[in-house]
Write a protein that binds this ligand. Structure first.
Ligand code: NAD
Ligand code: MG
Length: 388
């Protein structure tokens, strides 16, 4: 009998979480669920728990504890609530953990799973943006395995010759360009949250959809790639590719360029991480290049998409700058989604907060959490000033 892989999903109710569960459902003999976590969608979380029968289910928002407890009253599944319960879920003994909480809220639980040497499917890019050095050090110290789920980084992971890092010339991150790729600045500043969330190729959570529209997503991914792979900041290029078929590329010193391709369906990179070091069948549509017929590539426009410059500057500056960039962005995206500020205010506020900050060295996760808090307060002030 083949032993089932034990898995936990942090952020199981989100877009990545539900796609992960879809794959687990299709392979009931391969996986056993240990813990699930959510935040507000209690009905879905309870449904998932009933289907997968984990040991433990946690909800971040304590106000939702009783309704989750009631929904699972006739089961023997343990229920917890609050930040500590999410940490406990990460600490439960699963071999494989999907880190798919959105935002810096995912940092502490992801670190806990790393510290017990688990294999992590990392979707939560914000944790690497905020605490890249600390996280990669923890991975090495605790012999954890970090498998990138973000499609670009998963692509690079698949085609990077790790034995021969000196032979790598560049990493080329592809970007769809988002729904406003061809918009003028004037038109972009007028868009509604609904338009920003409607991504042309991918179906994703609201925050990352807005990040894709502003291209801050690619900025965060630049910082993510820097931490995951053995390259300098200057070796990471960004290339707009509207079809989202080439998920990213590695260019080698001999002129070879290796790409990973596929239809835009997150179940492919999630399946890669779930099955690693093997492979498993995923239900994603098969790539038909003759039907697509054309693949286009163009340089990103730094004027209409200042997020790329801001992220590169924060990465070059180092210290607490990437954590400040991330926190200011999270707050601004939240305010845009609530229609408090306009779309172009998002990057303007990030730039303002970054420039107002006295960036500190980071030596401990507490430094990151303190920076995150301070930067959010600073961003909220800037949001108030611009509020409609
Ligand atoms: P989502 O909004 O659909 O889901 C987020 C999950 O996090 C939910 O389960 C929610 O309950 C949980 N959550 C929210 N706030 C929380 C908090 N304060 N504490 C604990 N849990 C909380 O987001 P998503 O699109 O699934 O994205 C998740 C992560 O994966 C993000 O970091 C995103 O950048 C990354 N990612 C997503 C995609 C995608 O296709 N959706 C692709 C690449 C990377
Ligand atoms: Mg991505």
């Amino acid at each position: 009998m083949v032993l089932k892989k034990s898995v936990s999903i942090l952020g199981s109710t989100g877009s990545i979480g539900t796609n992960t569960i879809d794959l687990i459902h299709r392979n009931p003999n391969k996986f056993r669920t240990v813990a699930l976590t959510g935040n507000s969608n209690i009905q879905l979380l309870a449904e998932q728990a009933r289907e997968l029968n984990p040991e433990f289910v946690a909800v971040a928002n304590e106000a939702n504890y009783q309704s989750l407890k009631d929904a699972l009253a006739d089961t023997d599944i343990e229920v917890g609530a609050g930040e500590n319960a999410i940490i406990e879920a990460a600490l439960r003994d699963a071999e494989w953990v999907m880190a798919s909480i959105v935002g810096s809220a995912g940092l502490a639980p992801t670190l806990k799973a790393i510290e017990r040497g688990a294999t992590i499917g990392l979707a939560n890019k914000e944790s690497l943006v905020c605490a890249g050095e600390l996280m990669m050090q923890a991975v090495a110290t605790h012999k954890a395995t970090l498998l990138p789920v973000d499609s670009e980084h998963n692509a690079i992971f698949q085609v990077l010759d790790r034995q021969n890092a000196k032979a790598v010339d560049k990493i080329i991150l592809t970007a769809s360009g988002g729904p406003f790729r061809t918009f003028s600045i004037e038109d972009m500043c007028k868009v509604s949250p609904k338009e920003a969330v409607a991504h042309p190729n991918w179906s994703m959570g609201a925050k990352i959809s807005v990040d894709s529209a502003s291209m801050m997503n690619k900025g965060l991914e630049l910082i993510e790639a820097y931490h995951l792979f053995p390259v300098d900041e200057s070796q990471i290029d960004i290339l707009v590719h509207p079809q989202s078929v080439v998920h990213s590329m590695v260019s080698y010193i001999d002129g070879s360029v290796l790409a990973q391709m596929g239809t835009p369906d997150m179940r492919t990179p999630i399946a890669y991480a779930l099955a690693w070091p093997e492979r498993m069948i995923a239900p994603s549509a098969k790539l038909d290049l003759s039907e697509i017929a054309q693949l286009n590539f163009e340089e990103p426009d730094p004027v209409r998409f200042p997020a790329l410059r801001l992220a590169r500057e924060a990465l070059k500056f180092g210290k607490s700058a990437p954590a400040v960039l991330n926190a200011a962005n999270e707050e601004s995206v939240g305010a845009f989604l609530k229609e408090k500020i306009g779309f172009c205010d998002i990057t303007a506020i990030v730039e303002e907060v970054l420039s107002r900050f006295d960036h500190q060295e980071i030596t401990h996760i507490d430094d990151i959490l303190a920076t995150d808090k301070k930067a959010r307060i600073c961003a909220l002030q800037a949001i108030e000033k611009r509020s409609r």
